[in-house]
Design a protein around this ligand. Structure first.
Ligand SMILES: *Cc1c(COP(=O)(O)O)cnc(C)c1O
Length: 409
């Protein structure tokens, strides 16, 4: 297994005090900042004196002290030089791609990505003459075969949504750098479990709306990368985060700062419960997919990339074949068993269930869905960390029997 320890990486280097020595960071809500010497102002605008260079803060769309605290935690967690938080996962993805690519450029992307990212890559970016070829994320050679003289970026999710196909990040990194490209990895499903930058990714993006926050009460995103790339994003004249403006609010940053300390505990518990539920479903012959099952096609690859001690993640799928069957199962699980909630999103402390084909992947055309392995009855379950685990197992086993997903007992 991989030796990086994201939890230790955060806490051995970071001690973030609040004003007056508070044990929590302070929330700096100011939009603008007082410059003590007028001469400092032009120097800040020229980029020669920011808060990290003996100058001061300028304006909170640029840098903000509270958001900076969160950014330092994220950079430490990923082992990157720097990071910037954004208002949503989509803005993190869009700004990272738009910073690297301009009109005429080309991207090779996984065909198994979050529906919004798929729409951005397949519809919106081509309108700006940034063209995209989609390939199977578990087929490294397909990425290489799709590279053209105009290619700038290889884009994938570590564990693809919702098919749970695993991308070989070290192999993609090797081919990316052989061709002088940039590897961007969305690690939303597997914070702490995987550290893509340690495996060779250049840029790691997150929707922090999911596991990193864990409470489904805010939207947030992040870009973790080299200091140089983060400065490019924040450049006053052409930085995509600075000028498109998906700025994180310092109050949101504070909420996230308070949840990073128990992210490792939560991830371990999501993984532990998902593993036990997947095992039991597999035992009774249910059509379950989970990267921690030996029956998963990339079990060995996932095992070789993951950090020690965080398990295989909190997401599993059940292929109910038809939408009607998936809906029947979700209804039973929610309304009779009280097993979880029918809702999109993931990484919440309660279990969330959705039928991907008609919800979060509905931006992908039905024929393409079939091609990439999203059956109309694919039920994605984000396993929560609440309730008695044995009772949870009984609930889901009873429900899959009731709807006839496995033979009657
Ligand atoms: C939810 C999600 C996103 C989008 O994030 P938002 O915070 O909703 O903008 C991107 N990638 C993945 C894998 C996601 O699950």
């Amino acid at each position: 297994m991989h030796s990086f320890n994201p939890e230790q990486a955060i806490w051995q280097t970071r001690r973030e005090f609040g004003e007056h020595g508070g044990v929590t960071p302070s929330i700096e809500r100011s939009a603008t900042f007082t410059v003590m010497e007028p001469g400092t102002m032009p120097e800040i605008f020229q980029g020669v004196r920011g808060p990290d260079k003996g100058g001061c803060f300028l304006y909170s769309r640029h840098f903000n002290p509270t958001v900076d605290v969160l950014d330092r935690y994220l950079a430490a967690m990923e082992g990157t030089e720097s990071a910037v938080s954004t208002a949503s996962g989509m803005s993190a993805i869009a700004c990272a791609l738009l910073q690297v690519c301009k009109g005429g450029d080309h991207i090779v992307a996984s065909d198994t990505v979050y529906g919004g990212a798929h729409a951005l890559l397949g519809e919106l970016l081509p309108e700006m003459d940034i063209n995209v070829t989609f390939v199977d994320p578990s087929d490294t050679l397909a990425f290489e075969a799709a590279i053209t003289p105009y290619t700038k970026v290889i884009y994938t999710e570590t564990v693809g949504n919702p098919t749970l196909k695993v991308a070989d990040i070290p192999a993609l990194s090797a081919l990316t750098h052989r061709h002088n490209l940039t590897l961007i990895v969305d690690n939303t499903f597997t914070p702490m479990i995987m550290s893509p930058a340690q495996l060779g990714a250049d840029i790691v993006v997150y929707s922090m709306t999911k596991f990193i926050n864990g409470a489904s009460d805010l939207l947030a995103g992040a870009i973790c990368a080299s200091r140089e790339f983060i400065y490019q994003l924040m450049d006053l004249c052409n930085g995509r985060v600075m000028l498109l403006g998906p700025t994180m609010d310092p109050r949101v940053a504070f909420d996230l700062i308070q949840r990073i300390p128990h992210l490792a505990i939560r991830m371990r518990e999501h993984s532990r419960r998902a593993m036990i539920i997947a095992d039991r479903l597999h035992e009774i012959g249910a059509p379950v997919c989970y990267p921690g099952l030996r029956s998963h096609p990339q079990y060995d690859l996932h095992t070789s990339m993951m950090n020690d001690g965080y398990g295989y993640g909190g997401i599993l799928t059940l292929d109910c074949k038809t939408k009607v069957k998936a809906e029947e199962l979700m209804t039973t699980l929610q309304n009779e068993e009280k097993f979880g909630l029918i809702a999109v999103s993931l990484g919440y402390f309660d279990t969330l269930m959705s039928c991907s084909g008609s919800s979060t992947a509905s931006e992908i055309a039905p024929c393409d869905q079939e091609k990439i392995g999203i059956s109309p009855g694919l039920l994605r379950i984000s396993v929560g960390i609440t309730g008695d685990l044995e009772i949870r197992v009984e609930q889901i086993i009873r429900a899959v029997h009731k709807v006839g997903l496995v033979g009657q007992r």
